[in-house]
Design a protein around this ligand. Structure first.
Ligand SMILES: Cc1cc2nc3c(=O)[nH]c(=O)nc-3n(C[C@H](O)[C@H](O)[C@H](O)COP(=O)(O)OP(=O)(O)OC[C@H]3O[C@@H](n4cnc5c(N)ncnc54)[C@H](O)[C@@H]3O)c2cc1C
Length: 493
């Protein structure tokens, strides 16, 4: 039987945004109750499948305190050597760099108030998390990109630390408890209706912070807002973010904000499962096929269809899923040769679906390519159009093509050294960019631009930051920044 009591703040969901809000509110003296739809073992939402947060830093000195060093003296000395090497390579990733990346990938459509708030609070929110007991580990790859460190234990480690910190601080969490409606009294949102063990129960509070994801796991909503092709897409994440949080808020006067017709979707193994659930040693990148910037990516017509190496993978992968979905049979192939293999760009592909052959024509005959001669001629043109820059997969090397469409901006390597490898890929749905209109503290606004008293929305539910594309690590950082701010603000109610 559900224990009924009236906390100051009810938080809907138990992902990263929810925990950030819960702990910030608790630190400010509020009684906090979190309500999570799933069983305890699958808690954490999409956040439990993640890798990292994108934040601004001034130098490696901002990263060093975040890193957990090994305890054994043997490992420690090796680790310190690697850290020193990393320190020599890492430069700053400033707030301006971060804002520029957001503006570039969203075609300047990100709400500037929100993106400024995100960027300028990113490092101090990371430091707050670090003080609470979170750690990061260096990735040692691409030290000149923005993603130099990732969560210790990945998203699952992060969520389990969040849970431990929350419980230690006296936050209460109820699982298998779906929020099905909001309660409005005297013009204030003052509680929720939950379904727990087949019983509907009312719970009252001064404020409700909604952090229960977007509508990515709801086929009907995907078809309605994103288009028919998105109905049957496989999810990269959990099947629980079915959009009812957004619908409830809209029923109480919230307004849909920014672009409900675009979303984050990325290249995934052709045979990936329909969705993923959080678990130890499971992370969402297992099925991801993110070596495409180094590949030649073709569709069933044997044609390239994007600039695979436009820039860092973290700034292109979220739109690449849609590009794949738009191809014949909604799939594509990533092609590599022996040079790619020896450069190590395929090291992260664990148990992938793939085809290997000693000639391009025999490889093509194993794939569903409609016209093998066209395919061979396209690859020949690609091979002959490559510039003479030195190939280096760890930097934006400028090794590009000329006089072919689409152009290739970086990491262009001829496909000419067998064995050749092909990886069939599909699009995997990550989350939707549309959300609710809020203040910079996550307070939900109505059509008149007034705050709906007592109602907050954070994480995937907060709209206005992303449009068409997205910088990797932005979602988790936004969840932490705006979750913390909403928790602090709600505790002043
Ligand atoms: C595989 C994968 C990898 C990713 N990697 C990264 C990454 O490395 N970096 C990054 O920044 N972003 C990443 N993302 C995106 C990131 O996961 C999201 O931006 C972020 O997790 C959103 O956090 P959230 O708290 O809003 O939602 P979630 O973490 O999904 O939490 C929502 C919670 O609400 C619960 N819920 C839903 N409906 C209800 C209801 N009615 N009542 C009660 N509870 C409910 C759900 O069960 C869930 O636990 C990744 C996403 C996926 C799928």
């Amino acid at each position: 039987m559900l224990e009924i009591y009236n906390p100051d703040i009810i938080i809907v969901g138990a992902g990263n945004a929810a925990f950030s809000a819960a702990i910030a509110a608790r630190q400010n003296g509020s009684e906090v109750l979190m309500l999570e739809k799933t069983e305890e073992k699958y808690m954490g939402g999409n956040s439990a499948l993640t890798i990292h947060m994108r934040f601004a830093y001034n130098s490696f000195d901002d990263l060093l305190p975040l890193i957990k060093f090994p305890e054994s003296s043997n490992e420690l000395s090796q680790f310190e050597i690697k850290i020193q090497a990393l320190k020599n390579m890492v430069k700053e990733y400033t707030e301006i760099d971060y804002l520029n990346d957001i503006n570039k990938v969203t075609e300047n459509r990100s709400n500037q108030n929100l993106s400024h708030e995100l960027v300028s609070n990113s490092l101090n929110t990371i430091q707050w998390m670090n003080k609470l007991g979170h750690y990061w580990e260096p990735t040692f790859e691409n030290p000149t990109s923005a993603n130099v460190v990732s969560f210790d234990g990945k998203g699952y480690g992060l969520i389990n630390r969040w849970k431990k910190i929350a419980l230690q601080k006296g936050v209460k969490i109820i699982y298998e408890c779906s929020v099905i409606d909001l309660i409005k009294q005297n013009n204030n949102i003052s509680g929720v209706v939950v379904n727990h063990k087949n019983q509907n129960i009312k719970l009252f509070s001064k404020s409700v912070i909604m952090a229960c994801g977007s509508f990515e796991s709801n086929p009907d909503m995907r078809a309605k807002y994103l288009g028919a092709k998105w109905r049957n897409i496989k999810l990269r994440g959990v099947p629980h973010n079915t959009g009812e949080g957004l619908e409830m808020a809209l029923n109480y006067g919230a307004i849909p904000y920014d672009d409900w017709s675009t979303c984050h979707a990325s290249p995934q193994d052709y045979n990936r499962p329909d969705f993923d659930l959080p678990g130890k040693n499971k992370s969402g990148d297992y099925w991801s096929r993110y070596a495409y910037p180094f590949s030649v990516m073709i569709n069933q017509d044997g044609k390239r269809f994007i600039d695979e190496g436009e820039t860092w993978r973290g700034l292109t992968y979220a739109k690449t899923g849609k590009a794949i979905l738009e191809q014949k049979q909604q799939m594509a192939y990533q092609l590599f040769d022996a040079k790619h293999r020896s450069e190590g760009v395929l090291n992260k592909y664990k148990n992938p679906t793939n085809y290997v052959s000693n000639s391009l024509s025999s490889l093509a005959s194993k794939l569903k390519i409609d016209n093998i001669n066209d395919f061979l001629s396209n690859i020949n043109n690609f091979n002959n159009s490559i510039s003479s820059e030195h190939y280096n997969p760890h930097i934006l090397d400028g090794k590009s093509t000329s006089n072919i469409i689409p152009k290739r901006s970086n990491w262009a390597l001829a496909l000419d050294k067998p064995p050749f490898e092909a990886y069939p890929v599909i699009a995997g749905m990550t989350f939707c960019y549309g959300g609710l209109k809020t203040t910079i503290n996550g307070e939900v606004l109505n059509r008149q631009g007034n705050i709906i008293k007592g109602l907050y929305a954070v994480g995937e539910m907060l709209g206005g930051l992303w449009y068409k594309n997205y910088p990797s690590g932005g979602g988790m950082m936004a969840g932490a920044v705006f979750g913390k701010k909403a928790g602090e603000k709600a505790s002043t109610n």
